[in-house]
Design a protein around this ligand. Structure first.
Ligand SMILES: O=c1[nH]cnc2c(O)cc(-c3ccc(F)cc3)cc12
Ligand SMILES: [Mg+2]
Length: 214
């Protein structure tokens, strides 16, 4: 096919959403991915859990690992208080290029910094590059094999503080067994599983919320 799936998602946003209206961008992506073609956005079911955890934390500084088309980036940024910031990391330049346009269409570009590159290389540079002391909230949604090493890296780089909330997507499907073992067995985290379903599907999936205890 001539266009990529992310490009087709962008087209659906430009066709069906209203510029500057994040809710309409979220709805347009959900409608397209539920009725036209599946895509790996966190989606509307797990998205409601993301919204509720985010509202509870009300982070000043948030990190997202795995931007893809920017669906959860928009979901997070739309709920941030004025002056709060979201840094989102994407390894795939084609995904990042579409995400920038979807984020701009939603009118949220002033709250979001999209950084391209491998999370393992970028995490150690967060303090020096973006003047981050620590994150209040981290959404893990990139690659299942990176959840545990990147969490350890965030700890080692002093980017987590007492009370930081980690929220991890796909802990059941595709599944992140090593990550679950780590956060559920470590005395430094208080973890809880939110049962839901894989985006736009009936298959079980869920989010794991883990509070860093310092
Ligand atoms: O690779 C993924 N990164 C981030 N999120 C994902 C996500 O929400 C779902 C899936 C996924 C789930 C089932 C399947 F059959 C094929 C792909 C992958 C990722
Ligand atoms: Mg996901």
């Amino acid at each position: 096919t001539r266009t990529s799936r992310p490009q087709r998602i962008l087209k659906a946003v430009q066709k069906n959403a209203t510029k500057g209206d994040p809710e309409s961008v979220i709805s347009a992506i959900d409608h397209y991915c539920r009725h036209k073609e599946w895509a790996m956005n966190v989606g509307d079911d797990k998205g409601l859990i993301l919204d509720s955890v985010l509202t509870e934390v009300n982070p000043s500084t948030a990190l997202e690992l795995g931007t893809y088309c920017g669906y959860s980036t928009v979901r997070i940024a739309r709920l941030l208080s004025p002056g709060s910031k979201l840094i989102t990391v994407e390894f795939n330049p084609a995904f990042a290029a579409v995400a920038r346009q979807i984020i701009a269409y939603a009118g949220l570009q002033d709250k979001i910094t999209l950084v391209e590159g491998p999370s393992g290389d970028l995490i150690p540079k967060m303090k020096e590059r973006f003047g981050i002391k620590s994150f209040d909230f981290v959404f893990l949604d990139h690659w299942k094999d990176r959840y545990e090493p990147d969490t350890k890296l965030l700890e080692d780089c002093g980017l987590l503080k007492k009370g930081t909330v980690l929220l991890a997507d796909n802990v059941i499907c595709p599944g992140t067994p090593e990550y679950l073992k780590y956060v559920r067995n470590s005395p430094r985290y208080e973890s809880r599983y939110y049962k839901s379903n894989l985006e736009y599907s009936k298959v079980e999936d869920g989010l794991e919320k883990s509070v860093f205890l310092g």
